[in-house]
Design a protein around this ligand. Structure first.
Ligand code: ADP
Ligand code: MG
Length: 261
């Protein structure tokens, strides 16, 4: 089953009188549990696509389905509720609240969940701080933490809602290479352990190589989609329609053994 479906999505921005087409006829289906990289140069539409999947923004045309629910008809309140229960976000600049401790930052998105008691929130916070290896930094403020540690807090915060999907917009762009690799490895470990779907954008070839699905975006269009099986990359195409679910034995699907990234 697809956790995300994007169908013939267009997104235009208005810059004064000028229309900027950021996405053009993007169709994509993302299978549950994948570790998917959206790759492309700056300005190609990666953030726009992540914001649409994350229900932070709405398409100009086309439909987005999350867990088979069409999100286009939903009210802002319904979308906020969907986000609060289903989607975790990780940002390039970490976006932690500077006046809160690491633990308070992780707990923060749980405060709007009235189904959780204070004790339940704190158990979860401790659990996810432990998973990212920051138990002993629980009381530290962001400015007392390194970049890698800050991104670990952000990962714990994203996971705390137990999301089906984690969206990460260039999560390693503000980190040095080694720390970036460690953050990706942590995300991958969580992806395997909890079967959480990770969708992250990057323009770093080393980062895209860690994915098991790759969507290449160019000028607002999907230029290529590839998947990895048995450590080999293969391109996956179905005419104009491209699916992240692999070949599935579909006769129209051409799977060629190519080193995709
Ligand atoms: P990327 O994340 O790959 O760098 P973006 O999705 O941020 O790309 O941007 C895609 C295109 O849309 C670019 O041409 C960018 O200038 C334009 N764009 C993005 N956000 C806005 C906005 N709020 N207003 C106008 N144009 C925008
Ligand atoms: Mg971007």
């Amino acid at each position: 089953m697809s956790v995300v479906r994007v169908e013939h999505v267009y997104k235009d921005y208005l810059l004064g009188e000028q229309r900027v087409p950021a996405l053009k006829d993007v169709t994509l289906s993302i299978e549950r549990g994948v570790f998917l990289a959206i790759a492309g140069p700056s300005g190609s539409g990666k953030t726009t696509l992540l914001n649409l999947i994350g229900c932070i923004d709405t398409p100009t045309r086309g439909k987005i389905y999350i867990n088979d629910q069409d999100v286009s008809g939903k009210t802002p309140d319904q979308l906020a509720d969907l986000r609060a229960r289903t989607i975790g976000f990780i940002f390039q600049t970490f976006n932690l609240l500077p006046v809160l401790s690491a633990a308070e930052n992780v707990e923060y998105p749980l405060l709007q969940r009235d189904d959780l008691t204070k004790a339940a929130r704190q158990r979860r916070t401790a659990h996810f701080l432990d998973i990212v290896g920051l138990t002993q930094f629980a009381k530290h403020r962001p400015n007392q933490l390194s970049g890698g540690q800050r991104q670990r807090v952000a990962i714990a915060r994203a996971l705390a809602i137990r999301p089906a999907i984690v969206l990460a917009d260039e999560p390693t762009a503000n980190l040095d290479r080694v720390t970036g690799q460690e953050i990706l490895q942590l995300m991958k470990k969580i992806n395997r352990r909890f079967k959480t779907t990770f969708i992250f954008s990057t323009h770093d070839r080393r980062v895209m190589k860690m994915a098991d699905r790759l969507v290449k975006v160019e000028d607002g269009e999907i230029a290529m989609l590839a998947m990895r099986a048995n450590s080999k990359w293969s391109k996956v195409r179905e005419g104009r329609r491209i699916t992240a679910e692999g070949s599935n034995g579909h006769p129209d699907t051409q799977v060629r053994a190519e080193a995709a990234p």
